[in-house]
Design a protein around this ligand. Structure first.
Ligand code: SAM
Length: 280
């Protein structure tokens, strides 16, 4: 494992710490993996394609290894090597242990801001539901461009600007009893809320050799409170980390989410981007 995150790194330390200490415990739960974002990730991965000569594949913000879990048969068939990079030690440890005896996949500590790999060493970059946690999309894009070969490609699944607007309003209502106004604003500001045009501009370092496209997808997914909590706790641990009385917060959250409930269950209005870079 390479060096841990220092105070001066341009990475959001609080996000990484809370994924490490809380998110990793929840992450491998089948209800997280099969519902909502787990399901969206699986469908995204089913659609991405590899070139016949792709060899080195990079997964950024790999978490506990979800991308390789889903794509491993393709890696074996095409003789590809996968490298997973992840800044949260707790998540990384699970991925390393899972693939301990598998030579196809290796993992290292790092981030979008500091990828511990050589220039132009990767044929493809994949990333699922991690890029929205960066402080600066421009820094992340510059670093991704550095490690990607000029003939390579990129597929990134990222949360969009208005993702979960109705659901998150209920969360903010529940947070009112537990955090100050300033803290609520801070937690709301944790995630990037960029438009497709802003994503495209941030990816301008790719313009030399690549065509960048940003597609937006919207959907509503209904679930019970428990179904929603499994994915939300696994994927939003930086927000929950701020709350002191977590049991009381969960009671308030249930009450607020039940207020937006329908006959089909509690709705979550998803919105996400699929960013692609293809060599020109
Ligand atoms: C919602 S999880 C997604 C994990 C995995 N890609 C998946 O789909 O299961 C978000 C991940 O992004 C990681 N992350 C947060 N900030 C990051 C950064 N600056 N660079 C790379 N990864 C980051 C978190 O530690 C966490 O593992």
């Amino acid at each position: 494992m390479s060096k841990p995150i220092s105070e001066n790194d341009p990475i959001r330390k609080s996000t990484v710490t809370s994924y490490s200490s809380q998110g990793s415990k929840e992450y491998e739960d089948p209800l997280n993996k099969n519902f909502l974002y787990g399901d969206i990730t699986v469908r995204f991965l089913e659609q991405i394609s590899f070139q016949p000569d792709d060899t080195d594949i990079l997964d950024l913000g790999c978490g506990t290894g979800f991308v390789f879990d889903e794509l491993q048969s393709q890696f074996r068939e095409q003789n590809m090597q996968g490298t997973g990079i992840e800044p949260a030690e707790g998540m990384l440890k699970i991925a390393i242990e899972k693939y301990e005896n598998d030579k196809i996949f290796s993992f290292d500590m790092g981030s979008f801001e500091e990828i511990p790999l050589n220039d132009k060493s990767q044929d493809k970059i994949i990333s699922t539901l991690a890029l929205h946690w960066v402080k600066s999309l421009e820094i992340a894009a510059t670093e991704m461009r550095r490690v990607l070969r000029d003939t390579g490609s990129l597929d990134i699944l990222m949360i969009a600007k208005n993702d979960g607007a109705i659901f998150k309003k209920a969360i903010v209502n529940a947070l009112r009893n537990h955090l100050t106004f300033a803290q609520i604003i801070d937690t709301a500001a944790l995630v990037q809320r960029v438009t497709p045009e802003q994503v495209k501009t941030a990816f301008s370092p790719f313009d030399d050799c690549f065509k960048i496209e940003v597609q937006k997808f919207d959907d509503v997914v209904y679930g019970t409170f428990d179904e929603h909590m499994k994915w939300w706790k696994a994927r939003s641990s930086p927000v929950i980390a701020e709350v002191k009385d977590k049991n009381h917060f969960m009671i308030d959250l249930r009450e607020e989410l039940e207020k937006i409930g329908t006959d089909r269950g509690i709705p979550f209005d998803t919105s996400y981007y699929w960013i692609t870079a293809k060599a020109k």
